[in-house]
Design a protein around this ligand. Structure first.
Ligand SMILES: N[C@@H](CCC(=O)N[C@@H](CS)C(=O)NCC(=O)O)C(=O)O
Length: 204
């Protein structure tokens, strides 16, 4: 099991997803609060760690820096196998697990940006996420049978996709609030004790 992790965190960011995952695996982590208003993420000491100036950022005890929410989540699932949140490497289930972790980062995230912020429409065939509606249709199929992306088994992919769907609802993204399938799934995954701990524990 890894020793203490250093977690650069702001609750109003994707770092909240990683905090949920840290609680799922019962990791030992120390929070370094990052105040966006104060520009902490653009200060030289933070940029030396993550030149993108973004959260989440997780630093391991050997000073390896991890960024990108799905990468951090996948690493944590493997580093804490006793939590049982990642299927066996090489198994078919592992493939499905990767599918949804990558789908979150490469399809859902940019499609959500398209749907909520962009005015121009890019050709469906040349962008990796197709269209927002394709993405939502696909996710509804994936979670429709449920209860989780891997069927009966809750995994780290549910942490990422569940949190992103919750987040999309907060941004009033199209088709989220009115989708019974999505709302039931979000309610199911956010009812977990680790999620409640991540949202409740003090920030430092
Ligand atoms: N690709 C990154 C995106 C990280 C990201 O955009 N984080 C935002 C907060 S949710 C951030 O740190 N924004 C501050 C800034 O860019 O100044 C991930 O998946 O973790």
């Amino acid at each position: 099991m890894p020793s203490q992790l250093t977690f650069y965190y702001n609750p109003m960011s994707r770092a909240a997803i990683v905090r949920w995952m840290l609680e799922e695996v019962d990791a030992d982590y120390a929070i370094v609060p990052i105040d966006f208003e104060a520009g902490d993420n653009r200060k030289p000491d933070f940029l030396a760690i993550n030149p993108m100036g973004k959260l989440p950022t997780l630093v391991l005890d050997d000073l390896t820096v991890l960024t990108e929410t799905p990468a951090i989540i996948a690493w944590l699932a493997d580093a804490y196998p006793e939590a049982g949140l990642a299927p066996e490497p090489g198994s078919a289930e592992r493939g499905t697990y990767y599918r949804w972790l990558f789908f979150g980062g490469t399809c859902f995230e940019p499609a959500l940006t398209d749907a909520t912020m962009r005015k121009d429409v890019l050709p469906k065939s040349s962008v990796g996420w197709g269209t927002y509606h394709d993405v939502i249709d696909t996710l509804e199929i994936a979670i429709g049978e449920g209860p989780y992306l891997l069927g009966e088994r809750f995994s780290a992919a549910d942490v990422y996709i569940g949190a992103e769907l919750f987040w999309a609802g907060m941004f009033a993204a199209p088709r989220i609030a009115e989708s019974r399938v999505i709302q039931d799934y979000v309610a199911r995954v956010t009812n977990r004790d680790a999620y409640k701990r991540a949202m409740a524990v003090p920030d430092a």
